[in-house]
Design a protein around this ligand. Structure first.
Ligand code: DC
Length: 222
């Protein structure tokens, strides 16, 4: 069994940025489970499935085989043999991932992959149900959140810096809609595990969050 760190929290809380830094600092691998859901979402979109066609998810996702590999320490997501890592970061794929991950068949596809990675490696794994469902015995659990306002501001800044046109109010509305869906679905909803350390990063910088996490992990390891 590897040493397992679980980081859960809502969209845009900074999980992946922080998880990558924690993994680097601890010399663990970073496992981005959202990317796996995004790969299945891409598969469904390519099949012409729409986010509101809930009754098609289970059947249509059958042919999707998702695996990961690491290139220079960076996780690559492989969908039926194709490296789709560069295609899954759009709002369209993100929204479809949030919609399709409510489905039990979609979630079942990724369960063993995620648990086996944690069994065989020291990992920092981020997602929505890692501490509650995938790795209930994780050595350290964090629930990383920030206000919807702050998460929308960060996303707006990120997109604007990339030169993409966007609307702050629309971004905020999307974030609230995604929180609602991720937190209220029947299977493995997003919630703070009882034994998770809560970090609200609304008024914290990345370095402050990193420091708290690394200290917490080191305390547990020593
Ligand atoms: O973290 P992200 O934005 O890449 O995740 C995309 C969607 O995938 C998210 O809205 C819900 C789903 N997801 C999930 O249900 N369980 C996880 N462990 C990770 C992501």
């Amino acid at each position: 069994m590897g040493f397992n760190v679980a980081i859960d929290g809502p969209a845009g809380a900074g999980k992946s940025t922080i998880a990558k830094l924690v993994a680097k600092e601890m010399n663990f691998i970073y496992v981005d489970t959202g990317a796996m859901y995004r790969a299945i979402a891409l598969y469904l979109l390519r099949k012409g499935v729409k986010p509101d066609e809930r009754d098609r998810f289970a059947d249509e996702c059958r042919g999707a085989d998702v695996t990961i590999r690491y290139e220079d320490g960076i996780q690559q997501v492989i969908l039926n043999g194709e490296n789709v890592s560069g295609m899954i970061r759009t709002e369209e794929v993100g929204n479809m991932a949030s919609a399709s991950s409510v489905d039990g068949a979609v979630r079942a596809k990724l369960l063993d992959l995620q648990r086996n990675l944690a069994k065989e490696n020291d990992v920092v794994m981020d997602g929505r149900d890692i501490g509650t469902n995938i790795l209930p015995n994780a050595d350290v659990k964090f629930y990383l959140t920030a206000s919807a306002e702050e998460r929308a501001n960060r996303r707006f800044k990120e997109l604007t810096e990339k030169g993409q046109e966007c609307d702050l109010e629309k971004i905020k509305a999307d974030i609230i809609e995604r929180d609602e869906r991720d937190m209220n679905r029947e299977i493995a909803p997003l919630k703070q595990a009882e034994d998770a350390v809560l970090i609200d990063s609304s008024d914290m910088g990345i370095d402050d969050v990193l420091k708290v996490m690394v200290e917490t992990i080191n305390k547990k390891r020593n």
